[in-house]
Design a protein around this ligand. Structure first.
Ligand SMILES: Cc1cc2nc3c(=O)[nH]c(=O)nc-3n(C[C@H](O)[C@H](O)[C@H](O)COP(=O)(O)OP(=O)(O)OC[C@H]3O[C@@H](n4cnc5c(N)ncnc54)[C@H](O)[C@@H]3O)c2cc1C
Length: 322
């Protein structure tokens, strides 16, 4: 069996950018672009969105799937080879590394992991339908909050941690009022974030809705409101709004690596030296949302994908394996 120089797992912005750089460095990368692992498809999370308005180079915005097809075309043009399957098993305990899918068993000197993460949803039918159709339901305020549909409107954020406060406070730049719906009567967020939240409440920009969970989303083409249930009284309440932002965490796609790589307490790949893309296994690199629970943007994923390819190239050169 021949040994690949670099195998890339995942075909979102991180994986495809790594592929472009690795291919241009004549490493002939092989990419497992996924099939349906982690509920994602080839192209990654942006295949589930409509307009991407914050990726540089597209002054008029671009449809997520169109952008990802362009990434893929560019990677292919420089010689990336693709396998449209999920990796099911890896062995990073000895070199060369091995990666297995249903139909392929591959050996590699270096591996770039770019399997991404998925936003957690409540799983309500209307929530998921309106999220897919761009009907005012989102899991990313920084991605979508500046869209005209949310300007001067009442918006709802669900969650009680740092991300929820972060997303909510970002939305206050545009919204009339941001309601923060949390299932408890106090936030899980850090002290600093709590202070930020209560300042915004004082300023009349945010309002807490305590002890409440989201039980339904109203609206046909776009959201008109949400139904909440008070967990203490069981009382149902409808709240009108033009936007709903879920901030109840993300799940990194690292199930496959939990025996092979060091992960943090949330399951993200843990880089031993922040600032590069090395993992705790020499020769295995990680990029994109699978290591990033802070920024989670296409451009940061692409940036770290570039770093991973350069790190892999230099590491291979140092081993005499180019
Ligand atoms: C609805 C939505 C809208 C968004 N809008 C924006 C936006 O407007 N602007 C912005 O900057 N960001 C946006 N984001 C965030 C952005 O999509 C992510 O930050 C980015 O896609 C992360 O890229 P990634 O390459 O790390 O991983 P992902 O895009 O998550 O891709 C992961 C890839 O890994 C593959 N994979 C997973 N497991 C396996 C396996 N076992 N074997 C093989 N392949 C596997 C998947 O198939 C997928 O191809 C949005 C996210 C969502 C969900």
């Amino acid at each position: 069996m021949s040994i690949e120089k670099v195998v890339i797992v995942g075909s979102g912005p991180a994986g495809l950018t790594a592929a472009i750089y690795a291919a241009r460095a004549a490493l002939q990368p092989l990419m497992f672009e996924g099939f349906n692992a982690g509920g994602l498809i080839p192209g990654g999370q942006l295949m589930f969105t409509t307009d991407v308005e914050n990726y540089p180079g597209f002054p008029e915005g671009v449809m997520g799937p169109t952008m990802m097809q362009a990434f893929r075309d560019q990677a292919e043009r420089f010689g990336t080879r693709f396998i449209r399957e999920d990796v099911r098993k890896v062995d990073f305990s000895k070199r060369p590394f091995t990666l297995e899918s249903d139909e392929h068993n591959v050996q590699a000197h270096a591996v770039v992991i770019a399997t991404g993460a998925r936003a957690n949803w409540m799983g309500l039918e209307n929530e998921l339908r309106l999220a897919k159709s761009g009907g005012g339901v989102s899991a990313c305020a920084v991605c979508d909050g500046a869209l005209p549909i949310y300007r001067d409107q009442d918006l709802v954020v669900v969650g009680g941690g740092d991300s929820a406060v972060e997303e909510g406070s970002y939305l206050t730049k545009f919204a009339k009022m941001v309601y923060l719906v949390h299932r408890r009567d106090q936030l899980r967020a850090s002290k600093t974030m709590q202070q930020r939240f209560f300042k915004l409440v004082e300023e009349g920009k945010m309002k807490p809705v305590w002890d409440s969970i989201l039980v339904d989303v109203h609206g046909d083409q776009s959201i008109t409101g949400v139904r909440l249930r008070n967990v203490k009284s069981d009382e149902l309440r409808d709240l009108n709004c033009k936007g709903l932002f879920l901030a109840i965490g993300h799940t990194p796609n690292t199930e496959l690596f939990k025996e092979s790589l060091e992960l943090d307490d949330k399951g993200y790949v843990k880089p031993p030296n922040p600032g590069n893309t090395y993992t705790n296994v020499e020769g295995v690199f990680a990029a994109g949302d699978v290591v990033d629970h802070t920024y989670r943007q296409a451009v940061t994923a692409a940036g770290t994908g570039c770093m991973a390819a350069l790190d892999a190239e230099r590491w291979l050169a140092a081993q005499g394996l180019e």
